[in-house]
Write a protein that binds this ligand. Structure first.
Ligand SMILES: [Zn+2]
Length: 291
């Protein structure tokens, strides 16, 4: 059996979907076991070693929960922030909580923040204001930011272009890799062109289960996966959402171990041995999140 390291850079393990069996979930993470005993053909012959999981928050309450949950495992890394779809509900007190928690040792990133025009829960003006707050906080405390972008590329790219110079100027990061990384575009859903522009401005690109879907509408995403430099890609599950193919429809809920299906698909699209893509995604995550 060849061992593949898996660092899931985005899993909402604090969510209530995991409340009923969080203990067995943690055991599965430790042993690298797929949920429900389902081992898809794609993973036959591979042993999964979970090297890390980033647990991002969506509001002040979840920020506290993520920090508490991450304290239970050495390879859990919390991020704190207010999700774009929750920004209209956030109070100034909530923001103070997030900003304070963000400074704690062990909190590895700010987020998730970003822009979402798909759900349109919060006015885009409010989302943009909070995105800038998160970016400023991330610069101030020198920790990367996790960005969500759904149907909002035309709004996000101008922000990415304007913050570029500010970030480079203010960065006094300890190691070059961390200095290079402003943050992560999580569950990337854009085109190769958009991915490369983000990379040029100092971002990493994280792929989720959507990369494994076979519907032709994902073809631009496959192209992005092919073109991204090996030192700028990450993998994630966005658990409990986005169960990867071929378990989509069979499982109610996604889990960090299944990021192995994402990296398998990534290696196939890139025409690289799985061991090579998996090692790179793991190393990139360690560089950014494990200080
Ligand atoms: Zn998320």
């Amino acid at each position: 059996m060849s061992k593949i390291p898996i660092f899931d850079t985005h899993a909402h393990l604090d969510r209530e979907e995991f409340d009923s069996d969080r203990k067995s979930l943690l055991r599965r993470l430790e042993s690298g076991t797929c949920p429900g005993g389902l081992v898809p053909d794609e993973l036959a012959g591979y042993e999964i070693e979970m090297t890390g999981v980033v647990i991002p928050a969506v509001d002040a309450v979840s920020s506290r929960k993520c920090v508490g949950l991450a304290a239970q495992r050495e390879n859990f890394f919390p991020a704190v922030g207010i999700h774009p779809n929750h920004t209209h509900l956030a109070t100034e007190e909530d923001w103070r909580t997030v900003a304070e928690l963000a400074e704690q040792d062990g909190v590895v990133a700010v987020g998730e923040t970003g822009l979402d025009r798909y759900w349109d829960d919060a006015p885009i003006k409010t989302q943009i204001e909070f995105l800038y707050r998160h970016l400023a906080l991330s610069r101030k405390i020198q920790k990367p930011v996790l960005v969500h972008c759904r149907d909002a590329w035309d709004d996000l790219l101008p922000v990415i272009r304007t913050i570029k110079n500010l970030t480079v100027q203010n960065t006094a990061a300890k190691d070059t890799a961390a200095r290079l990384c402003i943050g992560v575009i999580h569950a990337f859903s854009g085109t190769a062109e958009q991915a490369l522009e983000c990379i040029e401005h100092g971002w990493m690109i994280s792929f989720a289960g959507s990369l494994t879907y076979r519907n032709a509408k994902f073809a631009p995403l496959w192209e992005a996966a092919k073109q991204i430099p090996l030192d700028r890609l990450l993998i994630e599950t966005d658990s409990p959402f986005m169960v990867p193919h071929p378990l989509r429809g069979k499982l109610q809920r996604n889990e960090p171990v299944l990021a192995a299906l994402v990296v398998k698909r990534l290696s196939e699209l890139r025409n690289e041995p799985l061991a090579m893509t998996a090692a790179a995604a793991n190393k990139n995550a360690e560089r950014i999140f494990r200080k």
